[in-house]
Structure formats: C-alpha cells, structure tokens
Design a protein around this ligand. Structure first.
Ligand code: MD3
Ligand code: FE
Length: 230
C-alpha cells in the first residue's frame, strides 16, 4: 500500500517530539498519527469519570458469545446488546440510568480530528469506549446501525499497539493490516464508512499510560441531525 505522508509539527509535548503526520489507509480513511498523544492524560482521566458511572462490561453477541473486548459508552446514546441483537439506547441497561455525559475533552478531540479530515460540522451524539486486554480481538464487522452514514466515525487508539484489519464492502474482500499505536486517530468517512474491519488479538506488551491494555474510543453520529432548511 502507498502511504501519503505530510508533516505537521504543531503539537508540542515533553513525552514525545510533538510530531504528528497523516497517512491514508484508503479513500476517505485518514490516519492522524500521534494526534492525541499530548492530550492522552486528560483523555484517560475523562474515561475514568465515565467508567465510575458506567463501568466497562463484556457484552454478549447476538450469537451468544461474550465479546473479549470490554465496552462502555458516554453521550446521548450507547451501544447495547439484547436478545433481539445490537442497538443504540439512551440508557445503560446495567445501571438503568442515562449514559454519562460525553466529557468535553473527548468531544473536542473527536471534533478537531474530524475537522482536520475536512468535516467541519461533526457533532457526535455517541462515544463508545472499548478496552482490550492481551488476547482480546474484534472480529470483522461493519458499523451500519447509525442513521447518518454520511457522518464519519472518528477513532482514537491509546495504550499498547494493535494490528487493525481493513477490508472492503464484502466480508470476503481482501484486508490490509494497519498498525495503530498510542495517540493515533483515524477518521473513517465517505466510502470507507461501510467497509469491514476488525482487530487482531492484542499481543502482550506494555505501555506506560495503560499498562497491558489498549483502549479505543469511537465518536459517532447515531441519530440524524435536523438539517437547516432555507
Ligand atoms: C472503519 N472498534 O468499535 S476502531 C468499533 O479498535 C470498532 O476498537 C475497533 O471497530 C477498535 O466498531 C476499530 C477503528 C474503526 C472504527 C469504526 C469504523 C474503523 C472503522 C467504521 C467504519 C470503518
Ligand atoms: Fe467497528
């Protein structure tokens, strides 16, 4: 695969040299490498405020399997699984309460990344947080339960690296492997939005921010916004 690389040195942090750069995985799928490194401590603190209210849990797939990645959500809508399958819901079924509010620092990193990729009006109403321990994986799937498929999904990777699989519109299409490391942000829009994707089992590794775990955050527009008329 050909990577298109452009330098962009506008972040500064003592823990890395502040360099961020972009790569394209496919048409309309842009990686902002290291984009969230400087804000990672605040992002992780915000995740803790969410998990104090709605803890990580392992949900059942509609097929009866337990997901190896743990999940929680914040924002207006969260991802739940029940006997009828997956859906978005306003309440956390485990607490019986609304999902925690989306912390501003989370919304802002998602919005800024979307803007970098050319989406000036990205207003996510859902933020899903996945936590992977060593050996956890995510099988090939499409994300197609959101009403507004014209809005991108923004994902933020934190902690130990993952090997991400990116395929095509059919499950059987060939996949490319893309390593995703701490602080990498991906904006999945346009034709990439409905492509099959997954995560290979996480290798035992260590990262100073999260130990052996990997966390992935996704920002989504689930309910279609009323668009301004006239
Ligand atoms: C490509 N999460 O939560 S993030 C998911 O690393 C999910 O936890 C993975 O797939 C993870 O649904 C991958 C990257 C990602 C997220 C959404 C996408 C890639 C995507 C939607 C469409 C195409
Ligand atoms: Fe997905």
């Amino acid at each position: 695969m050909r990577y298109n690389r452009t330098m962009n040195g506008d972040l500064f942090d003592l823990s890395h040299n502040g360099e961020t750069w972009t790569e394209t995985i496919a048409e309309d799928a842009l990686i902002l490498r290291q984009y969230a490194v400087a804000q990672a401590p605040e992002i992780i603190a915000a995740i803790e405020t969410v998990t104090e209210q709605s803890p990580f849990r392992h949900i059942q797939t509609p097929g009866g399997y337990t997901m190896s990645a743990a999940i929680t959500c914040c924002g207006d809508l969260g991802w739940v699984s029940g006997p009828q399958g997956y859906r978005y819901a306003r309440q956390d079924p485990q607490t019986g309460r609304d999902w925690p509010e989306m912390p501003a620092v989370l919304r802002e990193i998602g919005q800024q990344a979307a803007r970098e990729a050319g989406y000036s009006e990205f207003h996510p109403d859902s933020c899903m947080i996945n936590r992977y321990a060593p050996g956890s994986k995510m099988s090939l799937h499409q994300d197609r339960h959101e009403q507004d498929l014209s809005a991108p999904i923004v994902s933020v990777s934190l902690g130990v690296p993952a090997m991400f699989l990116f395929g095509g519109m059919q499950r059987s299409d060939k996949t490319v492997k893309v390593p995703l490391a701490h602080g990498d942000v991906v904006v999945w829009g346009g034709v990439s939005r409905l492509c099959f994707h997954g995560v290979l089992p996480i290798k035992a590794d260590y990262h100073p921010t999260l130990g052996q775990d990997r966390i992935n955050i996704t920002f989504r527009v689930v309910r279609k916004h009323r668009t301004q008329s006239i």
